[in-house]
Design a protein around this ligand. Structure first.
Ligand code: ADP
Length: 271
């Protein structure tokens, strides 16, 4: 009987392993498909700005001081900035996934990160004639953080809000403190996110179907970077949306560096 039990256990274990390896193969296949799709998107996104840049060059060559010269130079500058941003994101994401990003942490106020993010994202927000509403406390919220990286996080959220909200929409940035944490929330009243996509938005290469102007496209790495960078600061990221067409709210929470309770040890008396 013992032998029969052993045999049965052995068969069951084999079956489990077989099932597991089938599931692994399926997961690998799906990752492979996502990678192919990503490569196609990457090629498109890098190719797209080149045509207007080439046209711009042609126009400038024919009429360097013509009436459209200034406008053309501005357009070329925007297209190049977009390309540089895509490539920087790509480099960052590969560094993050190999654990090669070093944070330069220092005591900083979250307000300074938001300020810097606003400088980066304002042009896109204004181009789309969005109404930007800020709700930021005056008292600095201090964190141990990398100013450039946290600004990048906030700017990615603001850019997405601008990209995925039809012109004239509303973008609300709120900062608040609670329980030794600081929350930064970026809410929009734009396209929203499908419930089945919502749990995966922070994963690499996740993108909804595109019905958007390609000039505002991306690679599906912005939010993956957001969540990694926030994680590296000991924080968390989350996304909420009531569904398609109902807007989205992205919130990051970061530990504050000197909350009132933090340095008060057990034995300390409150005055
Ligand atoms: P990208 O914007 O380059 O596609 P992201 O990683 O920044 O990549 O975002 C992933 C996907 O999440 C987007 O393609 C989009 O479908 C969805 N998304 C992100 N932010 C928003 C938002 N504010 N409103 C609606 N959808 C969003």
């Amino acid at each position: 009987a013992v032998q029969r039990d052993n045999l049965k256990a052995f068969a069951e274990e084999n079956l489990r392993l077989l099932k597991e390896s089938r599931e692994n193969a399926q997961a690998l296949k799906e990752a492979d498909i996502r990678k192919d799709e990503f490569l196609a998107t990457l090629a498109h996104e890098l190719r797209n700005p080149l045509a207007p840049i080439r046209n711009g060059l042609q126009i400038l060559r024919m009429a360097p001081e013509g009436p459209r010269a200034e406008e053309v130079r501005g357009m070329m500058d925007r297209q190049l900035t977009h390309m540089v941003r895509l490539i920087d994101d790509l480099l960052d994401v590969s560094r993050v996934s190999r654990g090669r990003i070093d944070l330069r942490k220092a005591r900083m106020s979250l307000q300074s990160a938001v300020q810097s993010a606003l400088e980066t994202s304002r042009p896109l927000i204004e181009d789309n004639r969005h109404n930007l509403i800020l709700d930021i406390p005056e008292t600095p919220l201090w964190v141990e953080g990398d100013l450039t990286r946290l600004a990048q996080v906030v700017s990615n959220l603001l850019n997405n809000a601008a990209k995925y909200t039809p012109p004239g929409g509303e973008i609300r940035l709120t900062m608040r403190e609670h329980d030794g944490q600081a929350d930064i929330e970026v809410a929009d009243n734009g396209l929203g996110i499908d419930p089945d996509m919502l749990p995966r938005v922070f994963e690499l290469f996740t993108q909804a179907d595109r019905h958007l102007d390609r000039s505002q496209g991306g690679l599906g790495i912005g939010l993956a970077l957001v969540s990694k960078l926030v994680e590296m600061h000991g924080g968390t990221s989350r996304a909420v949306s009531e569904g398609a067409g109902k807007g989205s709210t992205f919130t990051i929470s970061l530990p504050l560096s000197d909350t009132h309770g933090e340095f008060a040890g057990e034995g300390l008396q409150k005055k």
